[in-house]
Design a protein around this ligand. Structure first.
Ligand code: ATP
Ligand code: MG
Length: 355
């Protein structure tokens, strides 16, 4: 068995953190005999400088032909004046579209060693371990829109929200499958007391739920859910929701998780899925070798779990991260007195050794 992984470092700290994740994947490969092959491709500002476009066709083709994409980050002040249609950020938006990445999975797990970084009280976040499954290519973000029109003598603008049954079924199935690999609970979030799209959403999720009798399913209104994430995050396992609500709730949940450098994400696609940390290219620390590689390393673990179904190797990487943190190693973003300060490559090596 051999797997082909496309690596897209991108801009800023992208190279440092994807180097780290690839090194950890190689350690897992050595231990578990996975047969991983890596191919590097350009996207973002780096691709714009080389080819005049942030998303070259050969990068798209390589992604489509591979088993999983590991993405660093794109963007930076250097490209602020570039034509908006060719900005680095267009690379990730373009990949979402080209790969049909219909779901974004954002796990939020607070490592015991990092509980103090959450803005919530330790007793509230201890044991919190949830995943937000957000619909990514439908809903109000992709509906028909009008920037400005005259209506009864006043200017107005509008955005249309629509969801079809197949779109909701697809994301609901993914949420239930994810819950089966976890603690077996799905919370579907909508605003069905007000919105027609939410009523279709709820009906459809409840229909899909019948195929998963072993998974517990409940519904929450989005306003209540936003409150519950802050009040009692430990009640959640998998949260499934639409594009707009998911955008907001996943940022809220990330704050509960504490540190931006720590959190991974997966975008699940019709062909190849893409894995990236939730943070950006951090131009302020790029090239200094001090970025926290853990968000990208945990994204690589998700790639093993969801795209390659190599559960044992994924578990080993996650355990190695927990162990490194428990032993007191910290990159500068998380360093405090009493801990061992390490840079990106040292943290990478420490985690690799523990895999
Ligand atoms: P984007 O628009 O690409 O999301 P952004 O400006 O919102 O970018 P980030 O690039 O995520 O933000 O950076 C926000 C802050 O967090 C910066 O100060 C950055 O240095 C810091 N940061 C982000 N990622 C890391 C990391 N992996 N390790 C350490 N610090 C990080
Ligand atoms: Mg950002």
């Amino acid at each position: 068995m051999a797997y082909n992984i496309t690596v897209i470092p991108g801009d800023g700290i992208g190279k440092e953190i994807t180097d780290g994740a690839v090194e950890v994947l190689k350690a897992a490969d050595k231990k578990f005999g996975l047969g991983l092959n890596f191919a590097y491709h350009d996207a973002g500002g780096t691709a714009y400088d080389k080819f005049g476009t942030p998303l070259p066709q050969e990068t798209i083709d390589a992604c489509k032909a591979s088993d999983g994409v590991l993405f660093g980050a794109v963007g930076g002040d250097k490209w602020d004046k570039v034509d908006p249609a060719k900005r680095p950020e267009k690379a990730i938006l373009g990949l979402r579209k080209e790969l049909g990445l219909y779901a974004n999975l954002r796990p939020v797990k607070v490592a015991d060693a990092l509980i103090e970084y959450s803005p919530l009280k330790p007793e509230l976040v201890r044991g919190a371990d949830l995943v937000i499954v957000r619909e990514l290519i439908g809903g109000i973000y992709f509906g028909e829109k009008c920037e400005s029109e005259q209506h009864n003598g006043v200017e107005r603008a509008w955005d249309l929200e629509n969801y079809s049954v197949p779109e909701v079924e697809r994301i609901a199935k993914l949420a239930f499958e994810t819950a089966k690999l976890r603690r077996g609970k799905v919370t579907s979030v909508d605003k069905s007391n007000v919105l027609a799209t939410s009523r279709l959403w709820r009906r459809t999720v409840e229909k899909v739920a019948k195929d998963y009798p072993e998974v517990e399913c409940n519904n929450l209104y989005v306003d209540n859910c936003a409150m519950q994430i802050a009040v009692k995050p430990t009640q959640f396992d998998v949260i499934v929701t639409g594009n707009l609500f998911g955008d907001i709730l996943s940022d809220e949940a990330a704050v509960v998780g504490g540190s931006i450098g720590m959190l991974p994400s997966a975008s699940i696609g019709e062909c190849t899925s893409l894995y990236e940390p939730i943070h950006g290219s951090a131009p302020d620390i790029a090239g200094k070798g001090i970025a926290n590689p853990i968000g990208t390393i945990l994204s690589a673990a998700m790639l093993l779990r969801y795209s390659l179904h190599e559960e044992a190797a994924a578990d080993a990487i996650e355990a190695a991260v927990d162990k490194a943190l428990a032993e007191g190693y910290r990159t500068p973003d998380l360093w405090k007195d009493g801990f061992t300060k390490v840079n990106t490559s040292e943290m990478t090596k420490i985690i690799s050794e523990r895999v």
